[in-house]
Design a binder for this molecule. Structure first.
Ligand code: DGY
Length: 319
């Protein structure tokens, strides 16, 4: 019987059907992350490895799992996996595209609105007993309606964010590796160079995957180009932004605010300088976290694992 190893506790209704065909071993906790060494030992005999985005799956790990045929990642991003090493060893990698698009776009827009209107800061103030009276300029933020939105990384989620922005009367600029001419015409987005986008946008939204090309894409130079009244929203991966440069830009009023769902190190250390700033709205990487979407993502992974273990082509192959 082929063996599946799952690195987090997943719901029975998703996992049980697999047990009819395969031997399934699952880590005991939904919250506690396995260490790299534990993963090496526990998954030793696995033919399929079902991972989450915080599991590092590198060449060394693959080499220590001799039976491995497939890695299914519970995320659309797969920067935690060395896909080149997987390809060389003939290991299939699958992810969860499409199904999380609208949910992640909803969260992106929530974070944009929360950042613009200082929602979490206002709630913190109220709970801390700081609401003494209605103040004319207290907790005033930036308008979203009619503002210019710049999207860096115009994939499926970018398009879904841009569609929402149209409902807010926003002008939408985007920058991407390739032009999306059809979508430009259909939805009225405008392609611009990166520097133009940074100079003209009121809200810069990062939705690009983390690759060697996008690592540190937004650094001191790029933040310097942004408007003093603008905000940056990162729902991609922490590594796309130089966090030190972002801290400097926020504390020297080069930009007005930031909304972050992702960090270079996750969970973000509680003594991280960015957490000390009131103009930074933070979330614990919950882009795709709706019940329906997470269940759909897991179902996708389960079907792809089953397909590969039965020598069929999986729907969502990365390599
Ligand atoms: C993903 O799937 O890559 C997202 O970051 C999850 O929120």
């Amino acid at each position: 019987m082929k063996k599946i190893f799952i690195t987090r506790k997943l719901p029975d209704e998703i996992v049980n059907p697999l047990k009819e065909k395969f031997e399934v071993k699952m880590w005991h906790s939904e919250e506690i992350q396995m260490t790299y060494e534990e993963l090496k030992t526990e998954a030793k005999e696995a033919h399929a490895l079902w991972t989450v985005l915080s599991d590092k799956v590198d060449r060394e790990l693959m080499e220590s799992l001799p039976n491995l045929k497939v890695i299914s990642n519970l995320a659309v991003g797969y920067n935690n996996i060395d896909v080149e090493a997987a390809k060389e060893r003939g290991i299939v990698v699958t992810n969860t595209p499409g199904v999380l698009t609208e949910t992640t776009a909803d969260l992106t827009f929530s974070l944009l609105l929360a950042t613009a209107r200082r929602v979490t800061e206002a709630e913190r103030d109220l709970r801390a007993g700081k609401w003494k009276s209605w103040t004319p300029m207290g907790l005033t933020g930036m308008d979203v309606f009619g503002a210019t939105l710049g999207i860096i990384g115009m994939g499926r989620i970018g398009e879904a964010v841009a569609r929402r922005a149209k409902g807010f009367g926003m002008k939408v600029l985007y920058h991407n590796r390739s032009r999306k001419v059809e979508a430009e015409e259909k939805f009225g987005f405008t392609y611009v160079e990166l520097d133009t986008l940074l100079q003209e946008s009121d809200f810069v939204v990062l939705l690009t995957p983390l690759t060697p090309e996008t690592k540190g894409l937004i650094g001191e130079r790029e933040l310097e180009l942004m408007k003093e009244t603008s905000a940056i929203i990162n729902v991609a991966r922490g590594g796309v932004v130089d966090e030190q440069a972002l801290y400097e830009a926020l504390t020297t009023n080069k930009i007005w605010a930031a909304g972050l769902d992702v960090f270079e190190v996750e969970p973000v250390p509680m003594d991280h300088p960015l957490l000390t700033l009131p103009n930074v709205t933070v979330l614990p990487h919950i882009g795709s976290a709706s019940i329906h979407t997470r269940m759909a993502m897991m179902q996708m992974n389960a079907e792809d694992i089953e397909a590969v273990l039965e020598d069929k082509e999986p729907e969502n192959r990365v390599v």
